[in-house]
Design a protein around this ligand. Structure first.
Ligand code: GDP
Ligand code: MG
Length: 598
């Protein structure tokens, strides 16, 4: 295809503003998919993606559009991940296209992820076409939102396209705007050695790893031997093709084009988003700039509730890791929880997605330990320990100081809830960086410790603002603070899985809250159980769970044998969800619930 007749673009939006619906309409209107094959959310493949309304893997589709100027254009839409956890991969895949449609719900206006995503697009030098969606809703205020886009984001919005992705209103205008207002790909050279950007990859059980690529220079064909410049791997190309959105083989992909390749690659781990693909022999000498593999920032232990599930869990984790290069795992043994895995994730959502999949797709009940960030522990001897697991904390007398990761959080919230949001951020050791107004909404920017956010910050934010706040963050670096390791002792035995690093000034409150929670969560036993929080040898909080007075079956009056048996069976089933700690049984939910603060 003539480069002048190609348009490569992505759609950026806050969640639920209509990105997937618009993509569906574009695919439908251009007849890319036969009407009978049309189903909703064509690009969102995985169940979990659909349910949560997020994209985890980049998807792409080629659309042909006969424009008003008589020319048929090739439009390549890349649907990139829409969540902060995948920020680095988003910013890399944005480099594969030249423009973005900025979709804003005209009844809601600009939200935190609108800002985060449009800024990523601007950093990738995209031309941006604002699109006001949901104008069919009575609450839509396109003029107000237009003004807001100009004020808050600082881009021209008077010629924003007004649409309803639901009814189809304005979709032809969007297609014309893509062709007229977004740039063609910058000129690449067919005769130079192959240089292609690795946009994303996914594991397919029939084809092996499928890689989405954007060709910069040269030509990609079946039969070539390619080399990944970052990882060094070399592979023979089996298939080259495009998505429409079903896979369709093509003879070659040239400069400016987007498509896929397969090359007998065994695992997704061998393909890093942002890597440069070239030919094995006489390849390009210089890779595309700025490649760095994305690394996990949040860690937690995952243990099977039933120890018999350990082998199944190992298999499941290996399978999930095949399709996800940024998910890491290593075996871990805990005195209390037995055999399990210490796993690393890009963020909390990533953690939840993996945990969900293990439980749902592989049917394994899990205990999740407190999520932890990576602390930099500087030792007196000048060395640094990167601590992912509070259980591995070095002897405090050898520690010089500890640094923790900080984030810059941006929150948009209606005025009425601003006070509660400021209070929450303050409680979580936040430092206010900025506070501005856009209409009746406030935009607050806070510098916050990541460890105060990883657990339940987002849930708390939602509850104090009744769901009206939007939130986004980015990492800003490490800073020293007074952090100590707090241990929880149940019946005088330390429970590893509940230990955590906390700020010295917050330790007492946190410890007290955890002891109180655990007192409610642990069922009574035949004996008294002390529950304590301690720093080093010093107890900072304590609760006592009193002993149970009678046998549970006592209330069955001894008469009704079947009822008694039922109750015992029920207790046995309940046991599956409990773990034994010394003489004490702790239910599975206790591990996660004890950490929630209200
Ligand atoms: P995404 O999260 O940005 O991909 O948003 P979706 O495309 O999944 O849309 C979120 C919700 O808004 C869905 O329930 C859609 O049916 C609805 N929606 C999308 N576009 C429109 C529109 O133009 N009008 C109305 N009324 N609803 C819409
Ligand atoms: Mg979507």
């Amino acid at each position: 295809t003539d480069l002048a007749h190609i348009r490569n673009f992505s759609i950026v939006a806050h969640i639920d503003h209509g990105k997937s619906t618009l993509a569906d309409r574009l695919i439908q209107l251009t007849g890319t998919v036969a009407e009978r094959d049309m189903k909703e959310q064509l690009l969102d493949a995985m169940d979990i993606e659909r349910e949560r309304g997020i994209t985890i893997k980049a998807n792409t589709v080629r659309i042909e559009y006969p424009a008003k100027d008589g020319i048929t254009y090739v439009l390549n839409l890349i649907d990139t991940p829409g969540h902060v956890d995948f920020a680095y991969e988003v910013s890399r895949s944005m480099k594969a296209v030249e423009g973005s449609l900025l979709v804003v719900d005209a009844s809601q206006g600009v939200e935190a992820q609108t800002l985060a995503n449009v800024y990523t697009a601007m950093e990738a030098d995209h031309e941006i076409v604002p699109v006001l969606n949901k104008v069919d809703l009575p609450a839509a205020e396109p003029d107000r939102v237009r003004e807001q886009i100009e004020d808050v984001i600082g881009i021209e919005a008077h010629d924003a396209v007004e649409i309803s992705a639901k009814t189809g209103l304005g979709i032809p205008e969007v297609l014309e705007a893509i062709v007229q207002r977004l740039p063609a790909p910058t000129v690449g050279d067919r005769d130079k050695p192959l240089k292609a950007l690795l946009v994303d990859s996914k594991y397919d059980s029939y084809l092996g790893v499928v890689v989405i690529v954007r060709i910069i220079d040269g030509v990609l064909k079946k039969g070539q031997r390619i080399r990944m410049m970052g990882t060094g791997g070399t592979y023979p190309v089996d298939r080259v093709g495009i998505y429409r959105p079903a896979m369709q083989d093509v003879d070659e992909l040239g400069p400016g084009e987007i498509g896929f390749l397969t090359a007998s690659i065994k695992q997704v781990r061998d393909t890093r988003v942002g890597d440069t693909i070239t030919l094995e022999k006489n390849g390009a000498t210089e890779a595309l700039p700025g490649f760095k593999p994305s690394i996990p920032v949040v860690f937690c232990g995952l243990f099977p509730v039933d120890t018999n599930d350990f082998e199944d869990m190992r298999d499941a984790i290996e399978k999930l890791a095949l399709n996800d290069a940024s998910f890491t795992s290593e075996m871990e043994t805990s005195a209390a929880l037995g055999f399990g895995f210490r796993c690393g994730f890009l963020g909390l959502l990533h953690l939840e997605v993996i945990r969900d999949r293990l439980e749902r797709e592989y049917d394994i009940d899990l205990i999740t330990t407190a999520p932890s960030v990576i602390y930099h522990v500087y030792m007196r001897d000048g060395t640094r320990v990167d601590l992912h697991n509070p259980a591995d904390m070095p002897d405090p007398t050898h520690i010089d100081h500890i640094e923790e990761p900080r984030i810059k959080a941006t929150i948009l919230v209606p005025d009425d809830y601003l006070g509660d949001v400021l209070k929450l951020c303050q409680e979580r050791r936040g430092i206010q960086m900025d506070l501005t107004y856009a209409g009746s909404r406030a935009m607050v920017v806070y510098d916050l410790p990541l460890n105060e956010v990883v657990f339940d910050f987002y849930d708390r934010l939602k509850s104090v603002t009744k769901g009206y706040a939007s939130f986004d963050y980015q990492m800003i670096g490490y800073r020293e603070d007074h952090l100590v390791k707090m241990q929880i002792l149940v019946n005088d035995e330390p429970v590893d899985a509940l230990s955590m690093l906390v700020h010295r000034d917050r330790a007492e409150g946190r410890g007290r809250a955890m002891c109180e929670k655990l007192k409610e969560l642990i069922p009574r036993h035949m004996f008294k159980i002390p529950i304590q929080a301690a720093i080093g040898g010093r107890v900072i909080a304590r609760e006592t769970l009193s002993a149970m007075r009678k046998d549970v079956t006592a209330k069955c009056y001894g008469g009704d044998a079947s009822r008694k048996r039922k109750l015992l069976d029920k207790q046995k089933a309940g046991k599956k969800k409990m773990r034994q700690f010394g003489k004490v049984e702790i239910p599975q939910e206790a591990f996660i619930n004890a950490l929630k603060m209200d």
